[in-house]
Design a protein around this ligand. Structure first.
Ligand code: FAQ
Length: 314
């Protein structure tokens, strides 16, 4: 088939809801868009380990420490699945990582904010994993097989992450006045960046139209955000915490919660590298990468040794 016939066939497959696999023909632009989105996603999982990792040694009990340790480890695993998924598109993980270390790659805005108290661990689980699940359950139905399969597994783990975060917040909200104030302060700081996490508003989202046409994105950024708000407002009410938006109101006609204006200038500043913690996060990642050099060398030497035909067998 020539390229035009290939493209026609590809689009028919997408329209029929078929899943595209790595060896199938795909337009170069589809491949590039997936590499962009999936690599950013993988980087987000890896950088996302840092804000919570900061609190492992300060968890208030052994139970909380074990849960947080497992959560951070899960996020590392998610990054690895998604890097593997991205490699099926013909790119090398080392190159993707180098782009991250060089500050050329994007990762989620949300991980450039500081984690100032234990309540931030609860709020990240509740809001950040909550928003991630809303997005990722739709990505689990995306047209690219390796990405959709990674999302199914990841969502199962994210659900546990969200529940443990909400449980921390419910406990703090029912605690002493100091604990309650700490929970409210964390909610005040994380609410708006969490809304931004689902991407710029649809009118400022250059990639949505193409990704929707190809069945990668099943919902637009604003649709995902609306779902997140509708889900989270009743949860906040249930534990008696206030979301920091004086314009938040329920629209009886649409059945949705309407939120006030989002500060998109802040979002674009953060994703361009000028958020409160961008430098700190990349600095920590670079340091970990340097300190891990010996582990990569040892693993590569081990793999070389075991891939050579053994002398005994020869
Ligand atoms: N942060 O045209 P659109 C997690 C960029 S995982 C930074 O709307 P698109 C788990 C975008 O890349 C969190 N940049 O883009 C966890 C584009 O720039 P480019 C990550 C953002 O792709 C929990 C430009 O703005 N999840 O949290 C952001 O159609 C707890 C224009 O935007 C994923 O990555 C942002 N928030 O839609 C881990 C899910 N939003 O590339 C640890 C997969 C947009 O043209 C602890 N990704 N930009 O230079 C997606 O679903 C999509 O990529 C969106 C953005 C919805 C994020």
């Amino acid at each position: 088939m020539d390229n035009t016939a290939n493209e026609k066939h590809f689009e028919e497959r997408i329209r029929a809801g078929e899943v595209i696999e790595p060896k199938d023909w795909m337009p170069e632009r589809y491949r590039k868009q997936l590499v962009r989105m999936m690599s950013q996603h993988a980087h987000s999982e890896i950088i996302g380990m840092l804000p919570e990792g900061n609190w492992i040694t300060r968890a208030p009990s052994l139970r909380r420490k074990m849960i947080l340790l497992a959560k951070v480890q899960d996020e590392g695993g998610h990054g690895l699945y998604i890097y593997s998924g991205t490699e099926t598109l013909g790119v090398k993980r080392e190159d993707l990582l180098q782009d991250l270390l060089d500050g050329k790659a994007k990762y989620s805005n949300i991980f450039n904010y500081p984690t100032l108290s234990w309540a931030d661990m609860g709020t990240i689980g509740w809001f950040v994993d909550g928003a991630a699940i809303i997005n990722q359950t739709t990505l689990a139905k995306c047209s690219y097989g390796p990405y959709s399969r990674a999302m199914i597994r990841i969502c199962k783990e994210e659900n546990f992450h969200k529940k443990q975060g909400f449980e921390i917040m419910a406990t703090l909200a029912a605690g002493t006045p100091e604990q309650r104030a700490m929970a409210q302060d964390a909610v005040n700081r994380w609410w708006w960046p969490s809304l931004m996490m689902l991407g710029p508003s649809d009118k400022d989202s250059p990639n949505t139209a193409e990704l929707s046409l190809w069945g990668v994105k099943r919902k637009s950024n604003d649709e995902l955000r609306q779902r997140f708000v509708d889900m989270t407002v009743p949860q906040a009410q249930a534990i008696g915490l206030t979301l920091p938006d004086p314009d938040l109101k329920f629209n009886e006609q649409t059945g949705h919660w309407e939120h006030g204006p989002i500060n998109w200038d802040e979002f674009f500043a953060v994703i361009k590298g000028n958020g409160p913690c961008n430098r700190e996060r990349l600095g920590a990642k670079r340091k970990a990468h340097e300190q891990g050099a010996w582990v990569r060398e040892a693993a590569a030497a081990y793999a070389r040794k075991h891939s050579e035909p053994s002398k005994a067998a020869a």
